[in-house]
Ligand binder design. Sequence first.
Ligand code: DP6
Length: 361
Amino acid sequence: MSDKQSFSVNKLEQTEGRVSWQSPSNIAMIKYWGKKPVQIPMNPSLSFVLDKSIVEITMTYTVSSENRFSLTGFTLNGSKNDAFSLRIEKYLVSLFSYFPFLEYTHIGIESTSTFPHSAGIASSAAAFSALALCLCDIEAGLAGKEPSGDAFFKKASYIARLGSGSASRSVYDGMVVWGNTPLVAGSSDDYAVRLADDEVHPIFTGICDSILIADSRKKAVSSSEGHALMHRHPFKEERIRQVSDNMKNILATLKAGDFDYFGEIVENEALTLHSLMMSSRPGYILMHPNTIIMLEKIRRFREETGTPAYFTLDAGPNIHLIYPLSVKAKMQAFLNDEMTVLCENGQRIDDKAGKGPMKTA
Ligand code: DP6
């Protein structure tokens, strides 16, 4: 993807408009942990997007050769949010070379999220992918093109990555890989790619993710700080080797349809992620006591009933319980009887693999 694009300000007549995109959050089965500038992952990762955990961004814009870039307004769920607004402004300014029109644009942004209020779920993947899709949409409109097609989504993934690494994986449905690996043709550190449908067994269609909120408070150590601690992590090289094995095996089992082997790899990745945090210098723990209690109960339930339900964790205390659609009814009883009581204020979101982003205006 070329950084600079030819762009003539003289040709620019005043154009205004409004675009909206909904984009989902995603949950990683193989974890991205550690990066180099600029947002280049230390290792490849694999995830799928969720269905209910969505951010919708509406962008209003006026482009004119008379204008100089400004963010004219930013609201998050109807309220001003200065911290996030500054991050977005910095992000937009950093994108001038990818979207030359942006330097001459006044932009207003409204962001709404469907995540339950303070559920402690990171919304940055959904937010940055929605922002990237809106920018690519405006660019397509100015060029008289449709906001669709392979090149459109590839650029959206690239631009989303620059805002938040995991956001690169939110622009596609299905199983998505971000990070260069010889195991996936066309994979790249710059943007995510979707695995072909015939690489994924039907047992994974409609895969479920019940999100169990153990603690919704702000994390003591952010993901960015965690990624930075990987630079001089004593187990860095071993982690890179382990990911390559886990990626090879998960790709094979995604194709073969062995859900139990898939789940074993998924749990190994989650526990490794948290072990890497604990063994960083300084080390830290993001799990809540109820996280551990729930993990033990999930493993016991699986052993006793043979139900293929496996946990994963992001960089936080909340559990994503992953299971095939075929056992959904059986899982409801376990979740209602044993898990909800351990969730903060009973907060649990029964989500599943979603259809990917959608243009709404
Ligand atoms: C543990 O994408 O939030 O969720 O690139 O600094 O924005 P930045 O980090 P972020 O890291 C997510 C890490 C993870 C694993 C994953 O989603 O792969």
